[in-house]
Structure formats: C-alpha cells, structure tokens
Design a binder for this molecule. Sequence first.
Ligand SMILES: O=C(O)CCC(=O)C(=O)O
Ligand SMILES: [Fe+2]
Length: 314
Amino acid sequence: MQRVNKEYAELDTAWIQGEIASGRDSLVEAGWIDDREYQVNTHKIKYQILNTHQKSRTKNFRDVEAHATPEELKQLDLSGYLLKERMFQSEHLDQLREAVDKLFEAEVDLEKRETRERSWGPILRYLEDKDPVFLELIRYQPILSIAKAMMGPILRLRGLSSRISFPGEEIQSAPYHQHLRVNQIPRPPWFSDPHSLDALIYLDDLNEDAGLVYLVPGSHAWQDREPPYRQYDPLDDEVSFAIPAGSVVLMHGNLWHRTGPTVGTRRRMLILSYTPSWLCRSPHGTKPEDGLTDAALKNADQELRELLGVEGKT
Ligand SMILES: O=C(O)CCC(=O)C(=O)O
Ligand SMILES: [Fe+2]
C-alpha cells in the first residue's frame, strides 16, 4: 500500500541526501573559529511541520542547516556520540571561561563548602538566566543544528550547567550514569523512548590530570539496563579521549558515561542539553527570579519561545 505521496517520501530521506556545503564562513567572520583548525561541513534538511491541518494549505517548512555531515549524524545515531575538536576557540572560548569564573565566584564559597570523601564537584545551573554569553550559547548553531538534525526542529532547552572540579582532599569525579532515567521493564507497547542531545563542552584541556571522560559506545540504546551503582571503575568497551580546550563531545543523554578524578589541574566544562519540545526541563537547579530569559521572552522569536518551553507543545 502506498501511504505517502512523493513529496513526503522525499522528506523522509532528506536527512541522508542533503547537499554538502561549507557552513563555517559566518563563524570565521565573527572571529569565533579559525578555519584552519575547525572544519565544518553542513547539509540542509527540509522539515515539514504537520500541525496546521490539510485545510490550511500552508506547507509549513523549516530548513535546518546541520553543522555535520550525514555520515557524522549516522555515527552519532549508532554509537551515541560525536567528537568535535576545537569547536570553540579564541575570544569565544575566553568569554565562556570568564563567564564561568564570574559565576563560580558569585555562587561558590570554597571556605564554607561542605566537602565529603568524594563528590562531583560544584555544578552551577540555569546559566542562560545568568550571563548574556550563555543566553547566546543556547542558540549556537554548530550545536543546536545537530540537535535539530537528530530530534527535529521543534526543541526545548533541557538545561545549561557548568561542572567545575579541582584537585584536593575531596575526590572529584562522576560515576557511571545516564541523564534520562525513565526506562522501565517490561517495555510498554506505547512507551516513548527518551531522547536528548547533550553537548559536553570542555573549556580546559581534557587529560588525565583534569580527569578524562569515559563513554560506552552504543549504550544509549540499551533500554533494559542501567549503569551499575557507584561504578567509578572502567567498564568493558569504554572509550576516552584526551582533547584540547574548546572541544565538544556531543552525546545522546542516555549514553553511559563517567569521569576520572580531577587530580592535577582545575577543570571547567559546560553541559548544554536539548530535548523535543514536549519533554520537560531537567529537574535539577532553581530558576533565578528575574533571570535573563524573562526579559528575552518579551520579544522572542518562535525558536527562542520553543527553546524556553513556552511554545511547541501539542
Ligand atoms: O565532567 C564531565 O566530563 C561530565 C560531567 C557529567 O557527566 C555530568 O555532570 O552529568
Ligand atoms: Fe553526565
């Protein structure tokens, strides 16, 4: 039975047929990347949103210029992660570091901080409400466009946080975990698989001193298991990377991951996370009163309204 017309059939495969073009010019122009160090290949995906009823005759297309090749997206889908080295450089990287340092200063009192034998280290949340650099970051196309390529163009921000860890008496590392812990057994027939694209943005060199990140490729698709409790030690098949500051690990939110302890040098990173608009924001953290997003929403376009969760529901 032929169920789709030709136009829809073309849309179905658009994401692997897209045209390859260079998308780095605007980033180079803004002084955000050096084109000798960061190669960006983009391809266009034409989405049609089916929310206006046939009667209206509006096509309701939304184009996404995905900052990745179709092969990279395929790899992200299958292995659950994609490494983008030196995505942030020069001034842009400096701005992010400065903004994290300022917030750390404002929110963390090291003298009063209660320490334990081990912890993840301080985590700051709702960054987009606290500094314009972060409010701008939630629309940074090299990341947001890949999220739209994987989950469709109607997305919301799940969270923007920063983890800052440092050497000391307290061991600072993260055991194996995943971010969307809603799977259950048995799997109900109408269960909606949880999806998010989480960008781990490393603001300092990632090495053994800082504490590497470890991932288990393919584990985002294991819907019948969860990582072992307080697993700080290696698991079979895990991979890790030593990567320069400004590099980004894009991963599915349910990929099993952990970090090694921060032993030699302070380590700053951001987690920028997106989900389909009809899922909810991360439950962690408290939105500050009169945050930057309140003002931004007053004359926000549709993308920002969706990202901030006031539009995009059915
Ligand atoms: O610090 C890292 O490399 C990852 C941190 C992390 O997984 C988290 O905070 O959820
Ligand atoms: Fe994590």
